[in-house]
Design a binder for this molecule. Structure first.
Ligand code: GLN
Length: 503
């Protein structure tokens, strides 16, 4: 078995002395090169240890803030990947944008420092939609990422590089970021686990800002237990992020003690419409039957504000983005257009040449909804809708629902290019995931099966700060489902390639 598939596998070979941490990094490099060879390169990484000639493999001065004693050594010697909108000193941090093509951060993000303090070795930085704006990773300024399960399809986005790297077995775990669904949706498309923690659970220090009231660092892994371990490592108070709260860190061990009998799952009726592919619906419904047989209670619920979530998100996120992205002006850092006579020309040309289409669209949208005369009509209105969405969720939890269970995305991975012409179609890929970001609650996507060989994910959402419950329930559902990843079948000839399809 590939030792880079899970934390358990990596720790086992390290523990038995069958491979050193350096050898695991070399193995990740070899695997990544294999995946990039040929006419359909995966393109999951923008930089790796191997591409950084002369760079030390382990960060000097790794350690630093937080993590807590329990985290020490949890990831000793394990290669991990980091989305390229999270700052690292030893690799460039491009955000998938031409405007930051040559940018190298002078500091490491808190989450990266904590990974390294727990012994992890950062193998490389993963490809993404430019500034995390997108749902397919086709908006990268450095070429699209392909889905390792089917190279003609997208891996989802915007953390598509992280999801593809984990699914393809280059690294067992990777960091991503979520503003509206960028960890859960690619996890769903690639057949891996994606965790979006509570807003304020993980420090955003060093996460390049997209929409600051929504952004959170998340985790991609092959199984729930591995994600829980990484969450334990990176979570917790950080004085460099004022929105990061001082609360007890969720423990991976506590999450493993949860049981399905006694658990009530709420299934919102609104999520079973909204463009849901009938085959995904069938797979989701058979999953509901399985978890019911395993002792969980499934209850129909209603989240009436759901249809407003996408419009609300596409006012708030671009508004914040237009403000956050004002800093890329060619003067302070990043790309600067060749000499022009007027300062204003320099700004215009640097931004015009540096940003891609989708980013420009968001900046224009955001500037529009914040401008005088429209602010009340759009931005304030969206803020009210956001509160209504959060209230809907609160009242469901208050009525005794332990977790909300939904499909993660209305369809399996779509084809490369399929939604590029119509941004609104692309936006709908996140119709089930944006609410958790708008409300700030934790959520996870776990694989629930394959449809014609393509992975499909199910999403769980819990109240604020209930990650132990969230990952506990997710772990038990994972046990019940016994998901077979399409690539594992191919690699091991394990004969388990039976699709869990509705007949
Ligand atoms: N797809 C959504 C967007 O384009 C969400 C992106 C994200 O979570 N970073 O805004």
């Amino acid at each position: 078995m590939n030792p880079l598939r899970t934390l358990t596998a990596a720790r086992a070979v390290l523990g038995r002395g069958e491979a050193s941490p350096d050898e695991l990094l070399d193995l990740a490099e070899t695997r990544n090169q294999e995946l990039n060879a040929g006419p359909e390169p995966l393109n999951a990484f923008l930089s790796t240890v191997g591409s950084q000639t002369g760079a030390p493999k382990v960060g000097e001065g790794a350690g630093g803030a937080g993590g807590g004693d329990s985290a020490r050594g949890l990831l000793a010697g394990v290669p991990v990947a980091v989305k390229d909108n999270i700052c690292t000193t030893r690799f460039p941090t491009t955000c998938g944008s031409r405007i930051l093509a040559d940018f190298r951060s002078p500091y490491d993000a808190t989450a990266v420092r904590r990974l390294e303090a727990a012994g992890a070795r950062v193998f490389g930085k993963t490809n993404l939609d430019e500034f995390a704006m997108g749902s397919s990773t086709e908006n990268s300024g450095f070429g699209a990422v392909r889905n390792p399960v089917d190279r003609d399809r997208v891996p989802g986005g915007s953390s598509g590089g992280s999801a593809a790297a984990v699914a393809a077995g280059v690294v067992p775990v990777a960091l991503g970021s979520s503003t509206g669904g960028s960890v859960r949706q690619p996890a769903s498309f690639c057949g891996v686990v994606g965790v979006k923690p509570t807003y304020g659970r993980v420090s955003r220090y060093g996460l390049v800002a997209f929409a600051s009231s929504l952004d959170v660092i998340g985790i991609l892994s092959r199984n729930v237990a591995d994600a829980a371990t990484v969450l334990e490592v990176i979570a917790g108070h950080d004085r460099y992020d004022a929105t990061c709260q001082d609360r007890p860190v969720p423990r991976a061990a506590a999450a493993s003690e949860m049981d399905l009998p006694g658990v009530t799952l709420g299934v919102p009726e609104e999520y079973l419409g909204l463009g849901l592919d009938s085959r995904v619906r069938g797979l989701f419904e058979s999953t509901l039957e399985e978890v019911t047989r395993a002792g969980a209670t499934v209850r129909k619920i209603s989240l009436p504000s759901t249809p407003a979530a996408i419009p609300c998100y596409y006012v708030i996120a671009p508004a914040e983005a237009s403000s956050n992205l004002a800093r890329y002006d060619g003067a302070r850092y990043g790309y600067r257009a060749p000499a022009t006579d007027r300062l204003l020309d320099m700004y215009e040309r640097s931004r015009g040449e540096g940003f891609g289409q989708e980013v420009k669209r968001r900046i224009m949208l955001g500037t529009y909804v914040l401008s005088a005369g429209y602010y009340e009509a759009y931005y304030l209105r969206a803020h009210e809708v956001r509160l209504a969405i959060a209230r809907d969720l609160d009242s469901v939890f208050a009525a005794g629902v332990d977790a909300i269970f939904t499909p993660t995305s209305p369809t399996p991975a779509f084809r490369l290019g399929e939604k590029l012409a119509d941004p609104y179609e692309m936006y709908l890929a996140d119709v089930y995931t944006v609410s958790a970001n708008l409300a700030g609650i934790p959520a996870v996507s776990i694989p629930i099966g394959n449809l014609e060989g393509l992975p499909v994910g199910g999403q769980l959402m819990c109240p604020h700060w209930e990650e132990e419950r969230l990952l506990g329930i997710a772990g038990r559902i994972e046990d019940v489902i016994e998901y077979a990843h399409p690539l594992d079948d191919a690699e091991e000839g394990a004969g388990a390639g039976v699709d869990r399809e509705e007949s």
